[in-house]
Design a protein around this ligand. Structure first.
Ligand code: SF4
Length: 243
């Protein structure tokens, strides 16, 4: 039986989660988690490098198999596609469109700035035994890069294969774009709440710029993706039906 055949798994749950598997209630029903466990390197290995290479090789082989199967299913000739200059143009058009969005730019600024800010935590957060401060710091740490990636992915998901905006992706509440945008907004909210708590116990003036940045990004996302909150995330938003 392959991972895809496990009937207990919730299809696509890993597409709209926060990837915080150690805190996730759905590990037993998630294909991605199961694959990661399968590929995990034995901590007691006598040759971790060899094991790591084997794991990477197996992961690539699986990814290649799935890609070929998907391409066949969609009637795509991969050899032809790889040498098609039109596809390069489509990719460039899509990249330019996504990169031109203010929310994408602000997301990048947030991720890079917060990375440096977290490195000098001693300057803005006093050492304490407050478990909530530790938890909120972890939340900020966990989501700061993810927010930027999710914003980028949300906009990217609005484009069709030719790199043009697809109005259906916005209108359909269950589109991948709306699901990714909802996930992004959840990450932003969790980060905002964490920063607010850290502001109370740390140096609020130093923290404020990151809070402001998120508070600037959030309405941009809500305006662009007005249907995002309607998206029903597999598993997470339908707990009663899947538990
Ligand atoms: S759904 Fe849960 S277990 Fe699966 S990848 Fe996401 S966080 Fe990890």
């Amino acid at each position: 039986m392959t991972f895809e055949d496990n009937e207990e798994n919730i299809s696509g749950i890993y597409n709209y989660c926060d990837r915080w598997c150690e805190r996730c209630a759905f590990t037993a029903r998630c294909m991605t988690y199961q694959m990661e466990q399968e590929y995990a390197i034995d901590e007691d290995s006598d040759d971790p490098m060899r094991d790591a290479l084997n794991v990477v090789g197996a992961a690539f082989a699986d990814a290649k198999r799935m890609l070929i199967e998907k391409a066949e299913e969609m009637g795509i000739d991969l050899d032809e596609a790889m040498n098609d200059p039109e596809i390069d143009e489509d990719i460039a058009r899509a990249d330019n469109w996504v990169e031109s969005k203010p929310a994408v730019e602000l997301g990048k600024r947030y991720a890079l700035g917060v990375t440096k800010f977290l490195d000098r935590v001693d300057e803005w957060l006093p050492q304490s035994d407050d478990p909530m401060a530790v938890e909120m710091f972890r939340v900020v740490q966990w989501f700061h890069f993810m927010v930027a990636v999710q914003i980028h992915s949300s906009y990217r998901a609005l484009l069709d294969w030719d790199g043009y905006e697809d109005p259906e992706a916005l209108a359909d509440t269950q589109s991948h774009a709306n699901g990714t945008a909802k996930n992004t907004l959840i990450s932003i909210d969790r980060s905002i709440n964490a920063w607010k708590y850290l502001s109370e116990v740390g140096d609020a003036a130093q923290i404020q710029p990151w809070l402001s940045l998120l508070e600037e990004i959030k309405p941009l996302m809500e305006e662009k993706f007005p249907n995002a909150y309607e998206f029903v995330r597999p598993g997470f938003d339908e707990i009663e039906t899947v538990m």
